[in-house]
Write a protein that binds this ligand. Structure first.
Ligand SMILES: [Zn+2]
Length: 459
């Protein structure tokens, strides 16, 4: 099975190497901004000409928005725009032009309505201060040194790694991986290199192929499993977040830059900003680590993992919950589970957004009309069952898988069954405001025969 995977390692750059990388990142920005200005100028020119009644065929020819088109324009202009162009790798300019080509395409697709999700704005100029410095290499000498503590990149040469690249090197050595590109980027106040790698993965089976686990991604805990296990948030996360907050307050007490008055930031402000950046990075790392450990374990062990389709975009708009939810990384858990169950030969089932997993009794199947977020215990009026709210939801999710299988529906059967008329239940949904697609408002999908509609295979 061939997959595209990323391997990311922290770098220890010398100050000279850091200067080189920054020069490359700067060159990427120059090419991006030059091409964006050019695209805008041509658009304005054509609009003006049209308003004077110039016929279409006589308009200033429009610029090709593809990477190849932008590159051609850039190569023609670079001797005058950037006479120093020979000092950096051509990959640097390519990085900037590629980002612009993609930005333009996303904007155009979004306007035409071919792109899902939120509307995408027109690409903006990249500022030196606000852009994350990064450069991507797709060709030339990209390799890991035999000692596995250094990588070699075109122009930048031999860079020291902060951690061993043995996991990637092992795959490169036995021929199960091929590096497609390498990106050097500064995030969280530290330099990283990320390799995009095509990996040939061996077929795996989950340790317990018949096992089903329901995962309720929580606020209080990282997740609650239908097995009864509570998976806590990473231990140091809370401490790291507290430190991040206090550093944020410390920063706000210092003299920052002010664009209107042209005031420069104080040295103390700059040091505090760097400390805050590193604290941010640490929080992000801890969170990522916790999520990866959980999803790897679930995918290796269980044949079937069932999760809910949470409307993360809608929930993030809820400001009180937003922080916690963003932290728990709902969308990230699901993304990781999707590819990891694929790697391990298991499957991920995703319950419909409208399936009332929290409001349904896992004992008798009765559905409550109301369940406040503050109610941490589920109490069933029908059968008297009392248990933890999240555990109840996880059990319901796990039970869905069994129904999915007895209904005999694979993806194909599910698609056919989709056409049947669904019985309409009572009005009770777990709907986030403003997220209901037309026609689905105010109906609940009852348990039972509609299982094919409620569950979908994620891959
Ligand atoms: Zn009950």
């Amino acid at each position: 099975m061939k997959t595209i995977q990323a391997y990311r390692f922290a770098l220890d750059l010398t100050s000279r190497q850091e200067r080189d990388v920054l020069a490359h990142a700067g060159a990427a920005r120059v090419a991006h901004n030059w091409a964006l200005a050019k695209v805008k100028a041509v658009m304005d020119q054509r609009a003006a000409e049209r308003s004077y009644g110039v016929p279409e065929e006589l308009l200033t020819p429009s610029l090709h928005w593809s990477l190849a088109g932008l590159r051609k324009a850039w190569n023609a202009a670079k001797p005058t725009v950037a006479p120093w162009w020979g000092e950096v790798s051509k990959e640097a300019f390519n990085t900037g032009l590629d980002a612009l080509a993609r930005g333009l395409k996303n904007w155009a697709d979004s306007r035409k309505g071919v792109r899902a999700g939120r509307p995408v704005g027109f690409p903006r100029f990249k500022s030196r201060r606000r852009t994350t410095p990064s450069v991507r290499f797709t060709t030339g000498a990209i390799r890991v040194e035999p000692g596995r503590m250094h990588v070699v990149l075109p122009r930048l040469g031999r860079l020291k790694l902060h951690e061993s690249a043995r996991k990637l090197a092992r795959r490169l050595d036995n021929g199960t991986a091929r590096i497609m590109s390498a990106t050097v980027r500064r995030d969280g106040g530290r330099w990283h290199v990320a390799f995009t790698v095509e990996v040939e993965r061996a077929e795996h089976r989950p340790a317990r192929p018949q096992s089903v686990v329901g995962v309720d991604v929580g606020i209080k805990h990282l997740a609650v499993l239908s097995t009864g296990e509570l998976v806590d948030n990473p231990r140091h996360l809370v401490a790291a977040q507290q430190r991040m907050r206090s550093l944020g307050r410390a920063l706000s007490r210092k003299t920052g830059p002010d664009r209107r008055t042209g005031r420069r930031a104080s040295k103390r402000w700059e040091r505090a900003a760097a400390r805050l950046g590193r604290a941010h990075g640490r929080v992000a790392n801890l969170r990522r680590d916790g999520l990866h450990k959980l999803t790897t374990r679930l995918a290796r062990e269980h044949g079937t993992v069932v999760v809910e389709d949470l409307n993360v975009a809608g929930m993030l708009r809820n400001r009180r919950l937003a922080r916690r939810i963003a932290d728990a990384g709902f969308a990230e858990i699901r993304r990781q589970l999707a590819y990891k169950t694929g790697w391990n030969g298991g499957r991920l089932l995703v319950a419909d957004r409208w399936y009332p997993s929290s409001k349904t009794c896992s004992g008798c199947g009765a559905v409550k009309t109301k369940l406040a977020l503050s109610e941490r215990e589920y109490e069933c009026e029908a059968c008297g069952l009392v248990l933890d709210r999240d555990r109840n939801a996880a059990l319901n999710l796990a039970a869905l898988a069994a129904e999915f299988d007895t209904a005999g529906s694979g993806p194909v059967a599910a698609r056919g069954a989709d056409q049947k008329t669904r019985p309409r239940g009572q009005v009770a949904t777990k709907r986030e405001p403003g997220t209901a697609p037309a026609g689905q408002t105010g109906t609940v999908l009852p348990r039972g025969r509609t299982i094919d509609r409620v569950l979908a295979k994620a891959h």
